[in-house]
Design a protein. Structure first.
Length: 322
C-alpha cells in the first residue's frame, strides 16, 4: 500500500469535497484519529477497509491506489451509505436442528450483494427469515430502518422478492398479474407497469396467460412483479434457475441497470459463481448456518484470484457442488 497516495486521496476528500476526517471515520466505523494517520501517511487502511472506501466513494481500489481522480462530486453522496437491510444476531432452528446461527450483516443502498454457500447451508432459510416467512428464534431484522418485529408492513413494503418460483396467477395474463400487484400496493402509476414490461422484454407475450409461459418468461414476469413496488431492496433466491445463457445474460444486465438507475440494493443467492462475480459488489459466504466470510469483490480481484478459488479456500468443500 502506498501510504502517500492514500494520504492524498483522504486529503482530496477533505479539501475538495468537504468531508471531515470524522465523517470518513464514521462511515467506516473507525476513529477520526485513524483517518488522520492515513492522511499524514503514517498508516494505511487494510484491503477490506479500502474496499469499503472504494464502494462509498464509487472509485475502484486501483484508482485510490493510483491516486487517480476519476470520481465526480455528484457521485459522492453520504446518503449512499444508508443501510437498507440490517440483520443482527439472527438465529433460526427447525425443531432441534439449529439452522441459522448468529447471522450479522448489513446491506447498503445501491449495493448488489451475493449470498453463496453449499446446498443446505441456509441461504433460503435466511432469506425467508428476513422476510418473516419463517419466524426467527431470536435476533433482529431492520429494513430501511423499520424493525420487522414492530413495523412489519412498512418494512416489507420496501422489499421486492422472488423466492423459489415467482408466485403468479396462472390463469390470468402477465399484464393482469402486474395490475393486481399494482392495485394491492395502491400504486397509481399505470405507465410504470408498461415500462417494466418493456424493461423485462415481455411486450410480445404479456397478454398471454401465465400458464403458457416458459420458465424464463415466468422468471422475467416475476422480476417485473417484484420491481413494480419500486423496492429499495430486491431479494432474489437463485434467480437464474432454469434460465438459458441468453436469459442469464439479460437478467444480469437488467439487474445492473436497475441497481444503477434506481440506486436499488439487491441480495441475490446463486450457485453460479462466475455470475455472482460479474454482478455483485459484495459477497457473503454462508456455511453451515453461519456467515463465514464477507468481502468486497474488489478484494478478490485485488488478490488476482477467482471467486471460485476464494469460495473453496473459505469453505473447504473442494469436491462438493457449490
Ligand atoms: N421448512 C423446513 N423444515 C425443516 N427443515 C428445513 C426447512 N427448510 C429448510 N430446512 C433445513 O434447513 C437447512 C438449510 O436449508 P436451506 O433451504 O436454507 O439451504 P440452502 O442454502 O438454500 O440450500 P440450496 O443451495 O440447496 O438451495 C437444510 O438442512 C434444510 O433441510
Ligand atoms: Mg435454497
Amino acid at each position: 500500500m502506498d501510504q502517500e497516495k492514500m494520504g492524498k486521496f483522504i486529503a482530496q476528500l477533505r479539501t475538495e469535497y468537504g468531508y471531515t476526517q470524522k465523517d470518513i471515520g464514521d462511515m467506516l466505523g473507525i476513529s477520526d484519529n485513524s483517518v488522520s494517520k492515513w492522511e499524514r501517511g503514517i498508516n494505511a487502511p487494510d484491503i477490506s477497509t479500502l474496499t469499503t472506501l472504494s464502494k462509498i466513494f464509487k472509485v475502484s481500489v486501483q484508482e485510490i491506489l493510483n491516486g487517480e481522480r476519476k470520481f465526480k462530486k455528484k457521485e459522492i453522496d453520504k446518503e449512499h451509505h444508508k443501510k437498507v437491510l440490517e440483520v443482527s444476531n439472527l438465529y433460526k432452528s427447525f425443531g432441534k436442528r439449529k439452522i441459522l446461527q448468529n447471522i450479522n450483516f448489513d446491506i447498503y443502498e445501491g449495493d448488489i450483494v451475493g449470498l453463496i454457500g453449499p446446498n443446505g447451508a441456509g441461504k433460503t432459510t435466511l432469506i425467508k427469515t428476513i422476510l418473516n416467512l419463517y419466524k426467527a428464534d431470536s435476533g433482529n431484522v431492520k429494513i430501511c430502518g423499520f424493525d420487522t418485529k414492530k413495523n412489519l408492513e412498512e418494512a416489507l413494503s420496501k422489499i421486492g422478492c422472488i423466492i423459489e418460483n415467482p408466485d403468479m396467477y396462472q390463469n390470468l395474463s402477465g399484464r393482469r398479474n402486474l395490475q393486481i400487484t399494482s392495485l394491492i400496493n395502491n400504486l397509481k402509476d399505470k405507465d410504470y407497469i408498461n415500462s417494466m414490461i418493456k424493461f423485462v422484454k415481455l411486450e410480445d407475450r404479456i397478454d398471454d396467460k401465465v400458464k403458457k409461459y416458459s420458465l424464463g418468461m415466468k422468471q422475467r414476469l416475476g422480476l417485473a412483479n417484484a420491481l413494480i413496488k419500486k423496492p429499495k431492496l430486491l431479494i432474489l433466491d437463485e434467480p437464474t434457475n432454469g434460465l438459458d445463457p441468453l436469459g442469464i445474460k439479460e437478467l444480469r444486465e437488467i439487474l445492473k441497470k436497475i441497481s444503477r438507475e434506481e440506486n436499488m440494493s439487491i441480495l441475490i443467492s446463486s450457485h453460479i459463481l462466475s455470475e455472482v462475480e460479474n454482478i455483485c459488489d459484495r459477497i457473503l459466504i454462508i456455511d453451515d448456518g453461519k456467515i463465514n466470510s464477507e468481502f468486497g469483490i474488489e478484494e478478490v480481484k485485488y488478490k488476482n484470484i477467482s471467486l471460485e478459488e476464494e469460495f473453496f479456500s473459505k469453505t473447504n468443500k473442494k469436491d462438493e457442488q457449490v
